[in-house]
Design a protein around this ligand. Structure first.
Ligand SMILES: O=C(O)[C@H](CS(=O)(=O)O)OP(=O)(O)O
Length: 236
């Protein structure tokens, strides 16, 4: 095993990791990276993740962009798209250039910019991400978007699921991949029930957003591998 896999549990910890030369897999299961995976699987041409709302607003008047903005789980007024995977499944998505800003996910992508490659991971494309990584000769870091700087269950569980798939090809870099793997192995049989108790699921339930949670827990729904090329996310 010449390569390693490590896990960063929050964007607030990312400065502790050297991203150079690595594949960074950004994960925000609820819901940004599940949304991005869904949009590219349904034929979007590209996705431009932006950190700040003002930057996203700048695209509203530009021709040829579909714009999405969310803060605190809710769609921002004036933006046609929200942060629900179900909004990215119809014909209007095919060939679209989508601009998106969300509370945690797009921030984690921006903070991964020093990586050699940035991939977007979710349960929806778990095996495709693992298979892609196995074909590269690189160290891997899973960057969990968490929630406003705090760690969360669902992103940590994805990290554990990816570690499980890569543990024969990549040595575990530090304690966090061991912790994530142990957690994943303990609860994977009851994933939906476990996530239902997460603070993010409770927050979304409070906003009457319920179907998104079970959809985002589906494993290998899609075969797409979203990867940053410049400032755009495309399917490779
Ligand atoms: O839309 C979401 O589910 C979240 C909002 S929050 O974390 O509940 O504030 O945004 P995301 O960037 O996808 O974590």
């Amino acid at each position: 095993m010449n390569h390693s896999i490590d896990v960063c549990l929050s964007p607030n910890l990312i400065d502790l990791y050297d991203l150079k030369g690595k594949i960074v897999v950004v994960v925000d299961i609820l819901r940004a990276t599940s949304v991005m995976t869904t949009a590219l699987a349904h034929g979007a041409k590209e996705i431009i993740p932006v950190e700040h709302l003002d930057e996203a607003k700048g695209y509203l008047t530009k021709k040829g962009y579909l714009c999405a903005a969310e803060r605190g789980g809710q769609q921002i007024e004036g933006f046609p798209l929200d942060n629900s995977p179900f909004s990215y499944m119809d014909e209007s998505i095919v060939g679209a250039s989508i601009v998106i800003t969300t509370t945690n996910g797009t921030l984690a992508i921006k903070r991964s910019e020093e990586a050699d490659e940035i991939l977007i991971g979710s349960f929806l494309n778990l095996s495709s991400i693992a298979d892609y990584i196995k074909m590269q000769n690189k160290d891997v870091l899973v960057h969990c978007a968490g929630w406003k700087g705090k760690t969360n269950m669902e992103d940590t569980l994805f990290a554990g699921a990816l570690v499980e798939k890569l543990k024969l090809s990549h040595q575990l870099g530090c304690d966090t991949p061991h912790m994530a793997l142990t957690y994943w192995e303990a609860v994977k049989a009851d994933l939906s029930e476990t996530i239902a108790n997460s603070s993010h699921a409770k927050r979304l339930n409070g906003l009457n957003i319920t179907e998104d949670i079970s959809f985002c827990m589906r494993i290998d729904e899609y075969q797409v591998v979203p990867k940053m090329k410049g400032d755009k996310l495309v399917a490779v």
